[in-house]
Write a protein that binds this ligand. Structure first.
Ligand code: SF4
Length: 328
């Protein structure tokens, strides 16, 4: 039996003080759907849980034509919010494509952003894993890696970022707002998650003692015509083999603006500026969509079991673009 301390924070300042006082072994707990899961299999072993559920971070507000989303907003509440469904449908679709209704009722936006990989070697403490135990090796490379990444990998780690919501937030150019002992700061969503490189244990720019307080989405014309397509092994409650979050604004039959992000294939939520460049100013047709898909996967590096993901991701992206453009 391993003792775990528990404390409930009353406000953001108090939560940060508690987290910062024990930076090595304290973690914040909101919905706990990922954290408790990992604690039960001894992958994550905090000695102090700081319960942040009492903090006033559960609001969704319209700000400057965009949205301000509290870190404790439950996934279900965000997915079914009328403004999200109307202005950012890709976000609603992505959230509803993930997990189960029960999990979505409990899981929070902040926790979903920080959701950890489903790599089976990471989740098995008898196996080597550089992310869980730096320097121990990577069981997935040379092991069974059908679910692993083909973009953004390194010789130290090839694990996929598992979140569907994150793919939509990448396409929507969200901003992550953080509070910590040094004050407040904000980080563009594309800069929040880190590539594994030589330090796969560092998954984001969040520092010990810091807390995600909210996320903002900019006002966006392109987001109104946005879609999420996810391909998985079974119809529900499964992680993506490949997914695509896209948004398209048309001027007649020409693509005036576009956003593209991929899931299930990248070590972080994978925004593809290359695909967007291949689309903007071009006719909205299958030829251009295939060209964009080729651009998005150009740097893919498959492992021994997951080469199929490259073509699957291309086709998933073409499908999503066709739906967003209304030609599917
Ligand atoms: Fe660990 Fe990453 Fe290798 Fe999986 S892919 S075993 S998470 S180092």
């Amino acid at each position: 039996m391993r003792p775990i301390d528990y404390t409930a924070a009353q406000d953001t300042k108090g939560a940060i003080e508690k987290l910062a006082a024990r930076p090595a072994d304290a973690v914040a707990i909101g919905g706990g759907t990922n954290l408790v899961d990992l604690m039960k299999i001894h992958v994550q072993n905090p000695a102090l849980l700081v319960d942040i559920n009492g903090l006033p971070l559960s609001d969704i507000q319209e700000v400057d034509g965009g949205l301000r989303i509290g870190a404790l907003v439950r996934n279900s509440d965000l997915a079914y919010h009328p403004l999200v469904r109307e202005r950012y449908p890709v976000l609603s679709e992505a959230i509803l494509a993930g997990a189960s209704p029960q999990l979505r009722n409990l899981a929070t936006v902040g926790g979903n952003i920080l959701q950890r990989t489903r790599c089976s070697y990471f989740r098995d403490i008898s196996q080597p894993c550089n992310k869980r135990e730096p320097g121990s090796g990577c069981g997935a490379q040379g092991g069974f890696n059908r679910m692993h990444a083909v973009l953004g990998t390194s010789d130290k780690c090839i694990a996929v970022n598992p979140s569907d919501m994150n793919v939509a937030l990448a396409a929507l150019e969200a901003t992550v707002h953080i509070s910590g002992p040094q004050g407040e700061r904000k980080v563009a969503f594309g800069d929040f998650h880190l590539l594994p490189g030589s330090t796969p244990e560092k998954e984001s720019v969040l520092q010990p003692g810091e807390l995600i307080t909210h996320v903002t989405l900019p006002a966006s014309r392109v987001a109104a015509k946005s879609r999420y397509v996810k391909v998985r092994d079974r119809a529900s409650y499964a992680f993506a083999l490949a997914s695509a979050a896209v948004a398209i604004e048309l001027d007649g039959k020409t693509i005036k603006d576009a956003r593209v992000a991929l899931g299930g294939v990248g070590t972080k939520p994978w925004r593809s500026l290359e695909a967007e460049k291949a689309l903007i100013g071009q006719p909205a047709d299958e030829v251009r969509f295939k060209a964009a898909a080729a651009a998005a996967l150009k740097g893919a590096k498959p492992q021994n079991d997951n080469a199929f993901k490259v073509e699957l991701a291309r086709r998933t992206l073409v499908r999503a673009l066709s739906l967003a453009a209304g030609i599917a």
